[in-house]
Write a protein that binds this ligand. Structure first.
Ligand code: DX5
Ligand code: ZN
Length: 214
């Protein structure tokens, strides 16, 4: 089954609670929360206090995407704030295993992400420890960018690795996805679809989520 993870980066932050309710009522399963530090990526977004504030009014699976340097420093805080799944980037730390272990020690699901130009083979060594692989389909940092078609090769390669591993690992894609191109990533093997602008910019949020899931 395909799951949709609307990215709040594209929502109206002045009305955060009602925006989240719209996607929850609209049929989304996950809520994608983009955390940026202005160092790993050239943008700054939000921290654990926002996550704990929105946790009070939502039952969605909180899918926290850490685009920060040395993510291990903040894993305990995001876990405590209410993250269900914490995704780190392989490019953001020298000790990916230590960060994975810290997420697990907090009882949370582990996601591992690669940027568009990172070789997909790097994730293979971690497959026995993760619950989800996230393939960035744009350069991380900003919403509203155009999907990079070359990332389809990485999605396909990782889908094959996951199948060969025999493990139950989700394959998520993030960046520039809309009902117009979603079939491409699904055909490549993705089963968790992040969408920011396409969902929050839609005049028919339930309809758009249904199209992404179809
Ligand atoms: C980019 C973020 C994405 C972004 C997706 O660094 O990780 O989650 O919000 O937004 P859209 O769907 O608008 O490309
Ligand atoms: Zn993201």
């Amino acid at each position: 089954m395909i799951k949709v993870s609307p990215s709040i980066l594209a929502c109206d932050f002045a009305n955060l609670q009602s925006e989240i309710k719209k996607v929850e009522d609209g049929g989304a399963q996950y809520l994608h929360i983009d955390v940026m530090d202005g160092i790993f990526v050239p943008n700054i977004t939000l921290g654990p206090c926002i996550v704990s504030a929105i946790r009070k009014n939502s039952n969605l699976v909180f899918d926290v995407h850490l685009m920060i340097t040395d993510p291990i420093r903040y894993i305990d805080e995001f876990a405590k704030a209410g993250a269900d799944l914490i995704t780190i980037h392989v490019e953001s730390t020298f000790d990916v295993n230590a960060a994975i272990d810290k997420i697990k020690a907090n009882g949370k699901k582990v996601g591992l992400s690669i940027k568009p130009n990172t070789k997909p083979e790097i994730v293979k060594q971690y497959l026995d420890k993760v619950d989800l692989i996230l393939v960035m389909t744009v350069e991380p940092g900003f919403g509203g960018q155009s999907f990079i078609p070359a990332t389809l090769d990485s999605i396909r390669a990782i889908d094959t690795m996951i199948k060969e591993s025999g493990k139950d690992i989700e394959l998520e894609v993030d960046g520039g996805i809309s009902p117009k191109n979603v079939q491409l990533v699904k055909d490549a093997g993705a089963n968790v679809i992040v969408a920011g602008s396409a969902v929050f910019g839609s005049s028919d949020i339930p309809g758009t989520i249904a199209q992404l899931m179809a």
